[in-house]
Design a protein around this ligand. Structure first.
Ligand SMILES: *[C@@H]1O[C@H](CO)[C@@H](O)[C@H](O)[C@H]1NC(C)=O
Length: 143
């Protein structure tokens, strides 16, 4: 038998987990990153508009969980390289890159290197990992 205190603690944990899950759906978590393109145009968010791309080249196509029927367009995500199947693909220390969502990974003109949570532009991908890696395990967060 558990004490009422244990029961409350358990209920609290369950509630917290549920709240965390719902408030972070598609917005933060652990996932995978691939790379894609060029060509990058046209995109599902902004068509052929050249000005959609940040001048630093740090942009991405959203995978299923992030895309949210296009609501992800123009939002920014911070992506940290955690590990990969290829050994040592992450730049030492686990670099972070912040990208702007401009496309849907499922329909992008250039196909991503692997199905993933987020497909990073070549520039964004190489900012955090060895460009010859196909897929990275990442931590991501909307900013
Ligand atoms: C990137 O990965 C390739 C293939 O695994 C490897 O040959 C190369 O040395 C790596 N480059 C760097 C800079 O680590």
């Amino acid at each position: 038998m558990s004490t009422p205190q244990q029961l409350y603690a358990w209920l609290f944990m369950l509630l917290s987990a549920a709240l965390f899950h719902f408030s972070n759906g598609g917005v933060a978590g652990i996932g995978t990153a691939s790379s894609y393109g060029p060509p990058y145009l046209p995109t599902a968010c902004y068509g052929n508009d050249q000005s959609q791309f940040p001048s630093d080249g740090l942009f991405a196509a959203a995978g299923e969980g992030i895309w949210d029927n296009g609501a992800a367009c123009g939002t920014h995500y911070r992506v940290r390289c955690l590990s990969s199947r290829e050994s040592q693909a992450c730049i030492a220390g686990g670099k972070v890159v912040t990208v702007k969502i401009v496309d849907n990974a499922r329909t992008s003109v250039s196909r991503p290197s692997a199905p993933s949570t987020i497909a990073l532009s070549k520039t964004a991908f190489t900012a955090i990992a060895n460009s010859s890696a196909g897929s990275l395990n990442i931590e991501f967060e909307r900013v």
